[in-house]
Design a binder for this molecule. Structure first.
Ligand code: KG4
Ligand code: ZN
Length: 333
């Protein structure tokens, strides 16, 4: 008999819900992005995000059930992000998920958003036997995580200041590209000269597996200062090239240090074409296997939440209490 999981994601500015059949068959994956509502503020406004999750959460759940051709009573398990993220937005998805679980008398599993990003790769490729190295690159996080086993994680390095996606968004703001700007920079970068502007590669040679992107953004601020005319293509391309170089070199360093040959690159910035190309080149020359989820599974979505909840429930026996609070700074590992 089939097993259906509802996955709910509201940790930031996407209201998302998916229905998963068994461990990785996506029946629906509905994402309502609030990006348009936040773009004029240059970033996510938590209060606006919470209110719009409240407005959208029920229609998004209904749409995901309709697309999956299921009644809510046929759902066997419900999972929702409980951290990390913005507390107001987290509360919305979490409360609705718990209410569904209580009303239907089915189990509820609270999901770590960062762990769920890793499960995007599970959805795409199925079970890739651990150990693996995960590079989680999103708007809120940049971390290198050793996956000893699913459910057993060790953080090898992370950002000391801005996340990679945050740096894309801030530089995009400087270029007048709106929010979020990662995809727009990616497009501009294709038409620019990546070596035209000399930008720093922060912490590249410091011996650690940590990152720093705030200084790179500041270097772009200084470059743009007092310039009457700028070539946006070249700025985007040089900036992206610097980020990609640091991400790829640090990831390879972690892989060699820990003797890991399988690398999963996940999170919104994993959609970046420059990053995907550079990893593919390295994969061919260094004997590594690099796994990228398809673009719709890189950015926030409910399917990765459902996959993570289902795996943890079935394989690790995880069930969360209905008193589970949101945890805005929840770590992985
Ligand atoms: O994983 P995600 O949807 O949300 C968080 O968990 O933060 O990631 C969103 C981030 C944003 O900063 C966005 O600008 C970035 O992913 N992003 C990209 C691309 N597409 C989305 N960054 C670079 N290149 C892209 N193609
Ligand atoms: Zn995310």
């Amino acid at each position: 008999m089939s097993f259906y999981t509802l996955g709910i994601e509201t940790s930031c500015d996407e209201t998302a819900c998916a229905v998963l059949k068994d461990d990785r068959e996506i029946l629906s994956n509905v994402v309502f992005s609030q990006a348009d509502l936040h773009t004029k503020f240059g970033g996510v406004v938590p209060e606006i995000a919470s209110r719009n999750h409240l407005k959208k959460i029920i229609p998004v759940i209904q749409e995901s059930l309709a697309e999956a051709r299921l009644e809510i009573s046929e759902i066997n398990l419900v999972g929702a992000t409980y951290g990390p993220g913005l507390v107001g937005p987290l509360l919305v998805g979490l409360s609705v998920a718990k209410s569904i679980a209580y009303g239907l008398a089915i189990p509820f599993v609270g999901v770590n958003h960062l762990e769920a990003h890793i499960f995007a790769h599970f959805l795409e490729y199925g079970f890739v036997s651990p150990p693996l190295l995960a590079l989680i690159v999103s708007g809120g996080h940049t971390s290198l995580v050793q996956v000893r086993d699913y459910g057993d994680y060790e953080v090898l390095g992370s950002t000391c200041d801005d996340a990679a996606g945050e740096a894309f968004d801030k530089v995009g703001n400087l270029l007048g590209l709106g929010y979020p700007a990662g995809q727009a920079i990616d497009e501009l970068a294709k038409k620019g000269d990546s070596s035209s502007i000399d930008l720093p590669r922060p912490m590249l040679k410091d011996g650690s597996l940590n990152f720093s992107f705030a200084g790179l953004k500041t270097a772009v601020v200084y470059y743009l200062k007092d310039k009457e005319r700028i070539n946006k293509f070249n700025v985007a391309s040089s900036f992206q090239n610097a980020v990609v170089e640091v991400l790829v070199k640090k990831t390879l360093k972690a892989a060699f240090k820990k003797d890991l040959t399988k690398i999963a690159v996940v999170g919104g910035v994993a959609a970046n074409s420059g990053l995907r190309d550079r990893f593919k080149q390295k994969q061919d020359t260094k004997g590594l296997e690099v796994f990228f989820p398809s673009l719709s599974l890189c950015t926030d979505n409910g399917a990765m939440i459902a996959a993570c909840a289902h795996f943890n429930y079935k394989n690790l026996g995880s069930v969360s209490g209905l008193d589970l609070p949101p945890q805005p700074s929840l770590p992985i590992g």
